[in-house]
Structure formats: C-alpha cells, structure tokens
Design a protein around this ligand. Structure first.
Ligand code: NAP
Length: 258
C-alpha cells in the first residue's frame, strides 16, 4: 500500500494532451493539486476544467518550456497556488521526423530546445522551492528512442531523449543531499495525439512490433510517474523505467513471432 499523495503540489509540463494529460489526470486522481502547463492557455485550462469537474484540484497555465522567464513564472504560479512544488513532471516534448541530409540546424535546435533544454529550464525553475523544503520529486519523460533504440528520422530526438538521462544522472547526485530524487520514465509507443500525427501506417507497424500487441495508454505512463513520486520510492534516484509492453525485448522478428 502506498502513502497517499493527497494535497501535494504537482507541475506537469506538456499536459494539455497525450502523456502529460494522462499524468495530470493520474496525479489529480491521487488527490494532488495539479498545474497543467502547455503553450496554449485554452487547451491547458480545458484539462484543468476536466480535473475540476471530476472533483479534483487543478489550474491551467500557458508557459513555453524553451523560455526561462516562462518557466520561472510557472514555478511562481505553483508556489502561489499550492504553497509548494512537491513534484515536477518534465514531460513536454516534440518529435518531428527528419532524416540526416534533410535535417536542418533549425530542426535540430528545435528538438533539443524543447526536449533537453526545456527539461533543464523546468527543473532549474523548480529547484529553489524544493531545496528550501529539503524534498522533491522530479520525473522526466524520456523515451525508449535514443536511450535504448533508434529509428530513422529521429536522430535529433533520440539524442535529446538520451541527453535527458545524462542530465538526470548528474542532477540526481547533486540533488540527493536535498532530499530530491530525479528519475525518468521511458515510454514505448503510447497512444497520444502526437503519435497519431505520425500516421496510420506508423501506428499499425508499432502495434505489431509490441509483444503485448497494443500501444501503451497514457495511464500506463502516469502509473510509473506516480510510483516515482511516492514516498515508497524515496530511495530510488537517477533511474529509468521502461514502460513499453515489451517492445525492446525481441532480438529479431522471428523472436517476436515465435
Ligand atoms: P503530444 O500528444 O504531442 O503532446 C505534447 C504536449 O507537449 C502538448 O501538451 C503540447 O502542448 C506540449 N508542448 C509541446 N511543446 C511545448 C513547449 N515548448 N512548452 C510547453 N509545452 C509544450 O505528445 P506525447 O505523445 O504525449 O509526448 C509527450 C512526451 O512523451 C514527449 O516528451 C515525448 O517525447 C514523450 N514520448 C512519447 C511517446 C509516445 O509514443 N507518444 C513515446 C516516448 C516518449 P502545446 O502544443 O499547447 O504547447
């Protein structure tokens, strides 16, 4: 049985859709107060309204993870509204595809800026509040792509997601003395608006490559985030948890089909 997270203040970036929305709903169901963050206020507020309509506590906020001043405003809003930042889920990410030779410097910078620098900026903004209370939980949404696997078109994305884990390991050491843990969830292929945008053929191909023969749900990822946020996970830091229905396991197509 896990200790209740009721009343804890949670920030989820990239929470207007997909995995972030699932994480926000998961923490709200656990009784947390959730700051739902995305670049578009109306969409963030719609998720906050959904949480409130279900009896939970949430607030929507427009903030871009690539902008330091907006990440500072995000942290300030959470402290003003909830009194503390207990948990940060640095989830916002983009995954436009471009193969080498076609990929531009701007493409590379955009993916790194959101996925890797955005992680750094979100974490940095929340640290003073966490350090002052000698406790905190930071949960990054990385990916199997980059840390474990590769896929043509996503070299920049894979580098950003592997980069998050490099960031995490040193951050975990630096922050351990402040009672702050930093861990990462590595989703496989999860049914989200962003994934649907990659097209029906991609989605069907992915489903077929997962031993469980289904895409993951956003709640599959939310449950892993809730575990890392729990008091019971307090001695776990700098670790990553793959949540992929077994997708990275088969050594070959024959192994998948046997
Ligand atoms: P999604 O459906 O496209 O949703 C992305 C969310 O991020 C939206 O709420 C979007 O809202 C927000 N966002 C994008 N850029 C932002 C920025 N600069 N600042 C603030 N918010 C921003 O994506 P998803 O599939 O849920 O993916 C979420 C995370 O999981 C990403 O980090 C992704 O790399 C990772 N992931 C996903 C999968 C998968 O299969 N879906 C697998 C592995 C890892 P706005 O546009 O309103 O800002």
């Amino acid at each position: 049985m896990f200790t209740s997270l009721k009343g804890r203040g949670v920030i989820v970036t990239g929470a207007s859709k997909g995995i972030g929305r699932g994480i926000a709903l998961g923490f709200a169901s656990a009784g947390c107060q959730v700051l739902v963050v995305s670049r578009h206020l109306g969409e963030a507020e719609a998720v906050a309204d959904e949480i409130i309509a279900a009896g939970g506590s949430a607030l929507g906020l427009a903030a871009d993870v690539t902008r330091q001043v907006e990440m500072q405003a995000m942290a300030d809003t959470a402290i003003r509204s909830f009194g503390s930042i207990d948990i940060l889920c640095a989830n916002a990410g983009i995954f436009p595809a471009a193969k080498l030779g076609v990929m531009t410097e701007a493409d590379f910078d955009a993916v790194m800026g959101t996925n890797l620098k955005g992680t750094f900026l979100a974490v940095s903004a929340c640290l003073p509040a966490m350090k002052s209370r000698n406790k905190g939980r930071i949960i990054l949404t990385s990916s199997i792509t980059g840390p474990v696997t590769g896929y043509p078109g996503w070299s920049h994305y894979g580098a950003s997601k592997a980069g998050q884990l490099g960031f995490m390991r040193t951050a975990a050491i630096e922050l351990a003395r402040f009672g702050i843990t930093v861990n990462a969830v590595l989703p496989g292929n999860i049914a989200t608006e962003g994934l649907s945008g990659l097209g029906e053929e991609y989605v069907r191909g992915m489903e077929a490559s997962v031993p469980m023969r289904r895409l993951g749900s956003v709640m599959d990822i939310a449950h892993a985030a809730l575990f890392f946020a729990s008091d019971e996970a307090g001695y776990i830091t700098g670790q990553s948890l793959v949540v992929d229905g077994g997708q990275i396991l088969p050594e070959s197509l024959a192994a998948l089909e046997a």
